[in-house]
Design a protein around this ligand. Structure first.
Ligand code: BGC
Length: 755
């Protein structure tokens, strides 16, 4: 079998000899020089067409989200016109394509295979928005690590994840892929996920190259409509939307995807401000930037490019390196070069960045290193993946309500004689996988019904679908109601299908679709206790149901082990601990509704009409950011500040006692917020600055310690730079963004002599 051609290998060996004597003490700098020499040795052999081929990313004919512009991708690979493939996986399939690249092209440069491994590859974990509700960074890191392992074993090297698009708008279907509304939490998750995917060494064949996306501000489309215009002040952009991407890049992500939207009037794909000034100059990003699906082509529809060639020039010159599926770089940049509209230097810079990652992945050492059938068989759906899918699903669930129905709370269920499992999501495998479920296999999914059957072996369990998601057909109601009347408890699973969320799935009114809420109301009216499980990928509003139901879970789309996790929670084998990372609106008109709002000059006052509020609903969401209950209760003591006055260079130490006063052991996510009382710019009324997820046994009390420094108090000032201003602050600690203990402190300038 032919490997990398002799000329490249000789070049690499010469370079290896050149640096052989350097030793480890010369460190990263030598490694960097060594890497760039290797890259240049390959680059120097390439024709313009081959270079443009490396800048070309084409989809195979699996899983497409846009027009498939090339059905001759095999010929393109053979001719060196396509250096990267996406939407192709399995060892058997990808190896064949790799053989074409390595054996049949002039230089034998290996292909890099990318795929949307967003929340698992074959074994599917909860959708990212759900997993973020665990507030467990180690858990999310592990999910990314295991997804990488499974995907790499299936012949992939690159994932189009993590999605770091902050969003305050549940009308936008892609909130499912993100981390919610908070920039601080989003940043920490970005770091955890990038480190999880990439590990410490990209050449480790159990890791994937990460891709921070969609750069930038894709999560703020006007009116929540996917792909729509984004516009906001640069201050808001830098302060809220940028930090999660930044943190992912600082964590070492080697690629970034430009977003579809425009921002400040320029489509991201053609924005030198985003792709060069911010990304490379400010953030120091050294990897490559890929367009989103036919993003370059779309520059014509945006109305900034006159034709395909013009679009290619704009994208390249903005700092975009790889063209996903427009085939514009490959087809038009040579002409632009001849016409002197772009330079070979610009092409070389892009190719260098791409080859660099291919070297880092070890593809030049062995282009077949990701293609082992034995490894694939051993890893895919392996025990560690399936176990983690359960752990992660349990931690993602948020208990919203558990009020007494009669003389006791319904939950956890104590050995009911009979259980009615009802609803279109109760025995549903496909939708549990959620949107962007990559190569997830729905036949492996444990449904809620199956999970309940396995767990409640001494109860009589019966199922009725009741209704579906779209039609107004109430034919199934009577059977469902009669089942409810003849059961001790109803577990009702309603919400969205996986196709009702995700990309191109914006909804102007994000409520529970169809007649599902009516079914819920009628079931509640039977008098049999009903546990409502809302399974969806975005915060849906359900104010009427909320008023009537005594027990509600936000149960998301939890992946392969969904039913097992929910059965563990229903039975009390696992005590729910998730907390919302996005506010649940009362109705669509409240959107955007988020916790870190500004005060306004007329903060809401119930006694004064002329203040900032609605006539018909409160300002507050139905459930706020950070909210989530447990089967046990936690009591918070007072905040203790070590010193209420700190200098810029000091650290503020504070502590708070938290006690588990209920009857169950459980996790609590203790959250810390601050408010800058007087600033040169208006400041949010609360900003998350810390949290701890702690386990407390029933009756246990623990004092939790937090610290804050001036750096935690910085914000984007008028000059678009981070500043920290002295003055008075409030600090809050509590179980969510509304029920908070508070204290105050003052930050003062350093006195002379202090640093
Ligand atoms: C999505 C990206 C995705 C790409 C490739 C696009 O439609 O916006 O997030 O990575 O398709 O599948």
């Amino acid at each position: 079998m032919r490997r990398i051609p002799a000329c490249i290998v000789t070049g690499i060996i010469l370079i290896q000899l050149l640096f052989a004597g350097c030793g480890t003490e010369t460190g990263e700098l030598v490694a960097e020089i060594y890497l760039s020499r290797k890259v240049d040795s390959v680059l120097s052999l390439m024709t313009t067409e081959e270079k443009l081929g490396q800048m070309n990313l084409l989809t195979s004919d699996w899983d497409v989200t846009g027009p498939t512009m090339r059905d001759q991708y095999l010929e393109d690979i053979r001719a060196g016109r396509c250096g990267n493939i996406f939407n192709a996986h399995t060892v058997e399939y990808n190896r064949k394509l790799q053989e074409v690249a390595v054996e049949e092209t002039r230089l034998g440069i290996p292909l890099m295979f990318g795929y949307d491994v967003i929340h698992g590859h074959r074994t599917i974990f909860p959708i990212p928005l759900a997993e973020a509700c665990s507030w467990n960074l180690e858990l999310m890191k592990r999910s990314s690590e295991l997804s990488a392992k499974e995907a790499a074993a299936s012949g992939l090297q690159w994932t189009f994840a993590p999605v770091m698009d902050l969003s305050r708008d549940p009308r936008w279907g892609r909130v499912s892929e993100g981390t919610g509304e908070d920039p601080y939490l989003g940043g920490l998750i970005a770091e955890a996920r990038v480190k999880g995917f990439q590990g410490t060494d990209l050449s480790d064949p159990f890791t994937l190259a990460a891709c921070v996306k969609h750069f930038a501000a894709y999560g703020a489309p006007e009116a929540g409509r996917d792909y729509h215009t984004v516009d906001m002040s640069e201050i808001t952009f830098r302060e809220f939307y940028l930090p999660p991407y930044r943190r992912g890049i600082e964590a070492g992500a080697v690629s970034v995807m430009a977003s579809f939207n425009d921002l400040f009037g320029v489509p991201a794909t053609a924005s030198g401000f985003l792709l060069t000034d911010i990304l490379r100059r400010e953030m120091g990003f050294t990897g490559f930037v890929v367009s989103d699906y036919s993003g370059i082509e779309q520059l014509q529809d945006h109305g900034v490019a006159a034709d395909r060639q013009h679009a290619g020039e704009l994208a390249l010159q903005a700092g975009l390196d790889m063209d996903m599926q427009s085939v514009i770089f490959a087809e038009t940049l040579a002409r632009s070069l001849e016409q002197g509209k772009i330079s070979m230097g610009e092409i070389d810079a892009a190719v260098r960045r791409i080859l660099r990652v291919k070297f880092q992945l070890g593809l030049f050492d062995d282009p077949y290193r990701y293609f082992s059938e034995e490894r694939e068989a051993a890893v895919v759906f392996g025990e560690e993946l399936m176990d983690h899918a359960l752990v992660s699903a349990r931690e993602s669930v948020v208990l919203l309500k558990n009020e007494p129905a009669g003389d006791r709370k319904i939950l956890p269920l104590t050995a009911p004689g009979s259980i009615a499992v009802i609803g279109p999501l109760a025995d549903n495998q496909l939708d549990m996988l959620g949107s962007w479920h990559a190569a997830g296999d729905h036949t492996k999914v444990v449904t809620l019904l199956e999970g309940i059957r396995k767990r409640f072996t001494s109860s009589q369990i019966r199922y009725e679908q009741g209704c579906d998601f779209y039609s107004a057909d109430r034919a199934g109601f009577s059977r469902a109601l009669s089942l409810a009347r003849n059961s001790d408890v109803v577990i009702l699973a309603i919400g969205e299908t996986q196709a009702q969320s995700g990309e191109a799935a914006s909804r102007s009114i994000p409520d529970i679709p169809g007649i599902q809420e009516e079914l819920a109301m009628e079931l509640i009216a039977t008098g049999t206790p009903v546990v409502v499980m809302i399974m969806a990928e975005r915060p849906l509003s359900f104010p009427q149901l909320d008023e009537r139901a005594s027990a509600i879970f936000y149960a998301w789309h939890l992946g392969t082990r969904a039913g097992d996790a929910l059965a563990d929670i229903l039975s009390g084998a696992y005590n729910p601990s998730g907390k919302l990372v996005m506010s649940i609106p009362r109705n669509a008109g409240q959107i955007p509704v988020y916790y870190n709002v500004k005060s306004t000059g007329r903060p809401a006052d119930p006694g004064n009409k002329f203040t900032s509020k609605y006539l018909d609903v409160p300002n507050e969401p139905l459930y706020p950011f950070g909210f989530g209950l447990s089967y046990t209760d936690f009591e918070y003591g007072e905040i203790h500040l070590e010193d209420a006055l700190i200098h810029m260079s000091d650290t503020l130490h504070l502590s708070i006692p938290v006690k588990n006063t209920g009857a169950y052991d459980g996790h609590e996510i203790v959250q810390l917020y601050v408010r800058d009382l007087v600033g040169s710019l208006t400041r949010p009324v609360k900003e998350l600055k810390g949290f701890q997820k702690v386990f407390l046994s029933a009756g246990e009390q623990r004092t939790l310690h937090f610290t804050l420094t001036a750096d935690d108090l910085k914000f984007i000032g008028k000059d678009l730079e981070y500043i920290t201003e002295p003055g008075d602050f409030k600090v809050f600690v509590g179980p969510d963004s509304e029920r908070l203990r508070e204290a105050g402190f003052t930050l003062v300038q350093n006195t002379t002599g202090r640093n």
